[in-house]
Design a binder for this molecule. Sequence first.
Ligand code: ZN
Length: 202
Amino acid sequence: MKIICVGRNYAKHAKELGNDVPKTPVLFLKPDTAILPKRNPLYYPHFTKDLHHEVELVIRINRLGKNIEERFAHKYYNEIGIGIDFTARDVQQQCKEKGLPWERAKAFDGSAPISEKFLKVSHLPENIQFSMRNNGELVQEGQSNDMLFGFNKLIEEISQVFTLKIGDLIFTGTPAGVAPVKIGDRLECYIGDEKLLKVDIR
Ligand code: ZN
């Protein structure tokens, strides 16, 4: 099982970090050890002083495939969940400046909490609304229609590089509003009005 993440998939978020809007999806991977065990807190990693939340819709793949055309991509998933792509922003900035890979900043243990429950695509609206609260305060909200590359286009692009297997997860990118977290924070993630994920920072 692998976790494929998409960077800069919302124009406003790309701009808030001073990046250009990409012509092809920015892709990176997290290992399975990045999944935060259910109901565990995330312990603030010692190697960063600027840990950021990024709330993202997550696709779970349910069929083996490669070189999938966009028009057939909907056959490869039927559930969407929500997750957090935790990012050590200071470490990522150092990696970017040196032209180095991002794994130290994004692929560490616990950096990918994922909701236990996924929602059936057939029960979701075409334009999926999602949001995150930190200590009860709304900090990020987005809608899937704002993605530069939609779910099916992402599957087309990703499956040209990586064979998709059953259980693989795709983090589809974060909307604007990424911000630092601190010890004691409680993050809660919603699709529509339904709270699907809670993570405490310890
Ligand atoms: Zn992200």
